[in-house]
Design a protein around this ligand. Structure first.
Ligand code: FES
Length: 135
């Protein structure tokens, strides 16, 4: 088995046995968006406590690449601090997937990443707003 086959096996496993799929009741932050090229949707829910992402779940539908990357990304993010989570880049998720992607497939791979960043930054924006108006 060459390395590209190995990555394909790993992607299939994350797709067939999704990690962190579901919703969080009363999430600290949540965001939903779709892939404009196909209309598939992903929602990400975050539970943030003590500056840490205690829980993260994703829901929605999409192709194998979008679901597998969401599964991998949520596993990678869980228990990271806010600062660590802010520093996660698109290269991290592309490295986890480990296969060459371009065009529509690249958008599939990055959908959950984009939604996660929106959820995180909307939490940070809200926290900043609370700080400004509470003082
Ligand atoms: Fe829709 Fe991949 S084809 S997310």
């Amino acid at each position: 088995m060459n390395s590209s086959d190995m990555y394909r096996e790993i992607i299939l496993d994350y797709w067939k046995n999704p990690r962190n799929k579901g919703i969080i009741n009363n999430p600290t932050s949540s965001f939903k968006d779709s892939n404009p090229s196909c209309g598939d949707i992903i929602q990400v829910d975050l539970k943030i406590n003590n500056n840490k992402i205690e829980d993260i779940k994703f829901s929605g539908d999409g192709c194998i690449i979008s679901q597998a990357s969401a599964s991998m990304l949520t596993e990678f993010i869980k228990n990271k601090t806010i600062d660590e989570a802010k520093n996660i880049s698109r290269d991290d998720i592309l490295m986890m997937l480990g296969i060459e992607l371009s065009g529509i497939r690249l958008k599939c791979a990055l959908l959950c990443f984009k939604v996660f960043k929106y959820a995180l930054y909307s939490y940070l924006g809200k926290s900043m707003e609370d700080e400004v108006y509470d003082n």
